[in-house]
Design a binder for this molecule. Structure first.
Ligand SMILES: CC(C)(COP(=O)(O)OP(=O)(O)OC[C@H]1O[C@@H](n2cnc3c(N)ncnc32)[C@H](O)[C@@H]1OP(=O)(O)O)[C@@H](O)C(=O)NCCC(=O)NCCS
Length: 253
């Protein structure tokens, strides 16, 4: 069984590019509604990535809960946030999932909300229009002051940080964008600047910056202060054994 200390946040990274046999084995733990949802995804690659991600999530949760992966039960919030159905049980594990292309990022904490988001840094069509929707006037002024060579990274810093907060609170991306302000310039430390216009409320949250793979930026948001992050990689070939051969995440980045 794995454990998370009260002020720890764990992140696990793995690839969703796995063999058909590995996928078949992960899929055995999925619930009926997860299989139905997979069947509704039209694109083959998307369907496989969804099933693989849920299979890995179940295995890691099972390791924290000392349960079988198929026995993990999810409930869903009004905006689609998955949580453990047996909320309030001990240990009170909270989690968040983000995938981008073949990269899966999972975040876990005990007794405190956690949200993760990973994005590839890529040029975007209509970036200015998106910036107007995503960033507050203060953030747009800050973005305008970032030199061109750091601008795209600043945009994705902002995007992932706000989305990590949205994931932690479960409210949904667009409802959250105007509620939270974050640091953007890659030269500045990752930080929440305001939550609901309050710097004091922002200080009750912690934000971590990660570069989980070349060309990707990620953020981890969790409620509380003096938190430490540890990041580990999961080998797809070792997933079968997760619940039997637990390993602690490596030291944080
Ligand atoms: C889900 C959402 C947070 C962003 O997801 P994304 O960047 O496209 O994809 P990611 O891989 O980073 O995250 C998706 C995962 O977040 C989780 N998730 C979904 N809704 C969530 C919510 N409201 N809060 C927290 N986590 C959520 C799920 O685990 C999902 O993966 P799964 O469906 O495979 O289990 C975003 O679409 C959202 O805010 N949805 C809520 C409803 C909403 O606002 N809809 C309008 C979207 S345009």
């Amino acid at each position: 069984m794995w454990a998370i200390a009260p002020r720890e946040v764990h992140v696990w990274l793995t690839t969703l590019s796995i063999s058909a046999a590995r996928l078949a084995s992960l899929t055995t733990s999925l619930s009926e509604d997860e299989r139905d949802r997979a069947q509704r995804l039209r694109r083959h690659a998307e369907r496989n990535r969804f099933m693989a991600a849920r299979g890995v999530l179940r295995r890691v949760l099972a390791s924290y809960l000392d349960a079988a992966p198929a026995d993990v039960r999810f409930a869903y919030g009004p905006m689609g946030q998955p949580t453990l159905a047996d909320a309030g049980s001990s240990p009170d594990i909270r989690f968040s999932l983000s995938h981008s292309r073949d990269l899966l990022m999972l975040g876990f904490a005990a007794g405190r909300p956690v949200g993760v988001d990973v994005e590839p840094v890529r040029p975007l069509a209509h970036r200015e229009a998106i910036e107007r929707r995503v960033f507050t006037p203060r953030e747009r002024r800050s973005l305008a002051g970032v030199p061109d060579e750091r601008r795209l990274r600043a945009f994705f810093n902002g995007w992932t940080r706000k989305e990590a907060f949205a994931k932690a609170t479960g409210h949904g991306m667009w409802a959250t964008m105007g509620r939270v302000e974050v640091s953007l310039d890659p030269e500045d430390p990752a930080a929440f600047l305001s939550v609901d216009h309050s710097a004091a409320a922002a200080a009750r949250w912690t934000l971590f910056h990660l570069e989980p793979a070349s060309g990707f930026l990620a953020a981890v948001a969790s409620e509380g202060s003096d938190l430490t992050l540890s990041v580990g990689e999961l080998e797809p070939d070792g997933l079968e054994e997760l619940t039997r051969r637990p390993a602690a995440p490596e030291a944080g980045k």
